[in-house]
Design a protein around this ligand. Structure first.
Ligand code: CDP
Length: 138
């Protein structure tokens, strides 16, 4: 029998002063190429979700985020044939540096209400709804 592994992934909703949130486009050659997602990536073995997100944001966007600037905002799960994806979203309102697309990715800033029309990986749209609720609460 195959064991279905939990596969933790972290993602950030970087929110600017106008309430817009950063999305990045997955580059050609990667799975789900061309889709728009919250920036982030896999949590590595022995790494905390927060440390993984800080590392991914530095690698992908060249920004620096302090661990106390990460606020959990929701999660989504997705069953894949060989593993169970757990995608955890954090709101980030403060960071250092200007987000720059890495390699082939493009970036765009969008209001959560305008994200429904964008093609996203399957786990991300439920997070958009949780994020909208979370930001409306502030
Ligand atoms: O950057 P890294 O290679 O660590 O990870 P990734 O390829 O960006 O993300 C790993 C997997 O998580 C992807 O194959 C996507 O299935 C999923 N993911 C997602 O569904 N939504 C996101 N916002 C980020 C990642």
């Amino acid at each position: 029998m195959n064991e279905r592994m939990i596969f933790p992934v972290v993602a950030a909703a970087l929110v600017d002063s106008a309430g817009r949130v950063l999305l990045q486009q997955r580059p050609a050659g990667k799975p789900l190429a061309g889709l728009w997602e919250f920036p982030g990536g896999k949590v590595e073995r022995g790494e905390s979700p927060e440390a993984a997100l800080i590392r991914e944001l530095a690698e992908e966007l060249e920004i620096s985020v302090a661990s106390d600037a990460l606020t959990p905002a929701g999660f989504a799960t997705e069953m894949l044939p060989d593993r169970h994806l757990l995608l955890m979203l954090y709101v980030v309102r403060e960071w250092q540096g200007e987000a720059r697309p890495h390699a082939a990715t493009a970036l765009r800033w969008e209001q959560p209400a305008d994200m429904a029309s964008l093609p996203m990986p399957p786990a991300d749209p439920p997070l958009v709804r949780q994020l909208a609720a979370c930001l409306a609460w502030d």
